[in-house]
Design a protein around this ligand. Structure first.
Ligand SMILES: Cc1cc2nc3c(=O)[nH]c(=O)nc-3n(C[C@H](O)[C@H](O)[C@H](O)COP(=O)(O)OP(=O)(O)OC[C@H]3O[C@@H](n4cnc5c(N)ncnc54)[C@H](O)[C@@H]3O)c2cc1C
Length: 422
């Protein structure tokens, strides 16, 4: 069995593991210290990871200070690497029903306090900002967040990894964590299957990875690798409860839930000047090259590791027609003729209050976690990685991110509820 020894070991190299590894290596460099840092993942490409399945939306307009601070801090950073990560700060245009309009009005004071430019407009003003909207029924108001927009998830993840590698971080691919050893309240060793004998056929490879991620398949015998570690960080996304179980922490809060998106074509609707648009039906959509990307989070979706796309296409009784096309066409008649191109399913890691966890794992001396930021993992990633490295190396958070402490496991379940969540 191959044997490694690291000071810091991340399990999961999606957007949060990659950001965390970059932040930790950078902070150590700034402190003039060095350490051995590694990230292990079953599939670094991340074909089935949440990071490559998301909508690319970025905003800081939340109800809770922790989420606002971490997202705002991230956006300030994305503005400095705009070109590299294709950050298009074209705003969030949100058509609210009565309930969500009241929520956004209640949160407005906090937006002002944090210097977030948010405009609130009456429903009569909608055609002035969104001329293609020709049905105002059910709209109580329009909010426009200007410090918000779209980012390319792939480029951002690669940016984090590049910066981490520059500082010596090692990324191990094809490692499926199957066992974790704990001694005297400390994780001492992580054992992973190394899937080096994986087929080079793309379809077979994809199916095998999916089988591991969906069914926790472990019966195929592979080589084993041992990773001894000083500190373990769980950044396994929707799979983090499975990792938690391996070190003896029974996670009853984080649950995986399928979320689906589609790509459609409709040349009649020009969204070039807008970031993300959200309808009162909770359908969200934005321009994506020549096409339009649209999503809808079905709140009746059961929890579970389901990665199968089942919204269907243009068939009359499909879920795509019911949840996405009819609401879009009802609001904007130019959506009458659309071409369905494709769709996919990815996982949210959900918590009862739809806020994530960032902090030390209770009952263990050397284990941290960062994840379950539901539909916010991409936008919060830079701030979350920074806060995590502050906590690990300084034992607390910098002033701008001081409310990150609220994201610890110690908070009562459901305390940081986020209403304006898709
Ligand atoms: C349809 C959809 C739309 C979304 N839209 C947005 C949006 O607009 N804006 C936004 O900010 N967020 C959005 N999100 C949420 C965002 O994508 C996630 O919060 C974020 O990607 C989570 O990142 P992560 O690094 O925690 O998890 P992941 O990217 O899933 O990474 C976890 C990694 O852990 C690895 N892993 C798991 N188990 C093991 C194991 N046993 N051994 C080794 N490796 C393992 C996996 O291979 C994976 O690569 C959306 C999500 C979905 C599904």
């Amino acid at each position: 069995m191959a044997d490694y020894n690291f000071d810091f070991l991340f399990i999961g190299g999606g957007i949060l593991g990659s950001s965390g590894a970059m932040a930790l290596s950078k902070k150590l460099e700034e402190m003039g210290e060095s350490a051995r840092i590694a990230v292990i993942d079953l599939d670094l490409e991340g074909e089935h990871s949440s990071t490559l399945k998301n909508a690319g939306g970025v905003r800081a307009t939340w109800r809770n200070r922790a989420n606002i601070e971490l997202c705002k801090y991230s956006i300030d950073f994305y503005e400095t690497i705009r070109e590299e990560v294709q950050f298009r700060e074209l705003g969030y245009f949100w058509l609210h029903d009565e309930e969500w309009w009241q929520e956004v009005n209640r949160n407005y004071k906090l937006y002002e306090e944090y210097g977030l430019p948010v405009e609130l407009h009456s429903s009569q003003a909608v055609p002035e900002f969104l001329p293609f909207v020709n049905n105002l029924e059910g709209i109580a108001g329009l909010s426009i967040s200007r410090k918000a927009g779209l980012i390319d998830h792939y480029s951002l993840r690669e940016y984090y990894r590049r910066e981490a590698r520059k500082r010596g971080v090692i990324f191990f691919d094809r490692c499926y964590v199957k066992e974790i050893f704990v001694s005297n309240g400390r994780v001492t060793e992580v054992v992973a299957f190394h899937l080096k004998k994986m087929s080079e056929n793309a379809q077979n490879k994809s199916e095998l990875i999916k089988t591991y991620l969906v069914n926790e398949k472990t019966e195929v015998q592979q080589d084993e690798i041992s990773f001894k570690c000083g500190v373990l960080i769980n950044t396994a996304g929707a799979w983090s409860p499975i990792i938690s179980r391996l070190y003896g922490f029974n996670d009853v809060e984080i649950k995986p839930r399928r979320r689906q998106m589609v790509v459609i074509r409709c040349p009649e609707v020009d969204l070039s000047h807008y970031g993300i648009l959200i309808d009162t039906s909770a359908v969200y959509f934005h321009k994506d090259a020549e096409n339009i990307l649209a999503g809808y989070s079905n709140m009746d979706e059961p929890y579970g590791y389901n990665l199968d796309f089942n919204f269907g296409g243009m068939e009359e009784d499909s879920l795509f027609v019911k949840y996405i096309w009819i609401p879009l066409y009802s609001r904007i008649s130019k959506f009458e003729r659309v071409k369905f191109i494709r769709g996919w399913a990815g996982l949210y890691a959900e918590t009862p209050d739809r806020s994530g966890y960032l902090g030390k794992v209770p009952g263990l001396k050397n284990v941290y976690e960062c994840g379950a930021h539901t539909g916010r993992g991409l936008m919060i990633s830079y701030g979350a990685g920074t806060a995590l490295s502050d906590l690990i190396l300084d034992g607390g958070f910098r002033e701008e991110l001081k409310h990150a402490k609220d994201l610890s496991r110690e908070r009562p379940s459901g305390e940081l509820f986020e209403e304006l969540h898709l």
